[in-house]
Design a protein. Sequence first.
Length: 327
Amino acid sequence: VEPVLSKGNNCLDAAKACNLNDTCKRFRSAYITPCTSSTSNEICNKRKCHKALRLFFDKVPPKHSYGMLFCSCRDVACTERRRQTIVPVCSYEDREKPNCLNLQESCKKNYICRSRLADFFTNCQPESRSVSSCLKENYADCLLAYSGLIGTVMTPNYIDSSSLSVAPWCDCSNSGNDIDECLKFLNFFQDNTCLKNAIQAFGNGTDVNVWQPILPVQTTTATTTAASRLKNTGSETTNNEIPNHNDSPACANLQAQKKRKSNESVDTELCLNENAIGKDNTAGVSTSHISSENSLALPASFYLSTQLTLMTLALSLCLFLSSSVIL
């Protein structure tokens, strides 16, 4: 039973809010039971505990699940409650700490753990040149990827009650020649500024909706991400390319944009030669041949002007002859 007043303990407030929400209360109770029940051979049934934890973070809205996991604290009582959110004695701790690289290999053998670990590496990738310290500039994606690891063999948790540093239950002892690789893997959890900023921002109430997906810092990875986004939005009107509707030349469409207010007709013939020159020679027709053909395609106004000139000359000749006969 939670106390009536929390006296400034945000994690306790979050637990109370969860108990007032039917969905959160139901799924929280569903993982508390297997994660605390003891059996004859071990402290708990870790497999059932992990499965229930995955359901909790998959089904409960972030407002409540994140509220307990990422709550902001100012004292040890609060941070210890935050560390105990996932019942670490069952879901996190074990008799011995395995090597982190060995734990990573175990994770890769399970498709759920493998995909969620990949999401974590992608969405919590630090970037010192970005405002948020995240490559993707999106705290919500990072927190979602982190919480997705809970309930797998890679389940992370707070290392202690004095910081926001997290880590899976592993270390880098007995790494041999792979010590650098192991430390790099472990430090991605422990010293991840992107993840720490995301946790802190949520706890302070200054984020998860602040950092919406935008173009990331232009590195090789970011360029690929930006290109995929542009590809996905290619059918939208935000495309910066000049439209080319009804097979009209690009410059004709540009003229149409300029003359739209004056309702003037667009002289698309002026673009023919330019359009023909831009054709690819590999189509089986040389550009010189196309240009010569299009050079014959004179504007209609040219023929009209010629006819008017001939008619004027004929009329003048008739008038001259008639005046001569009279004289």
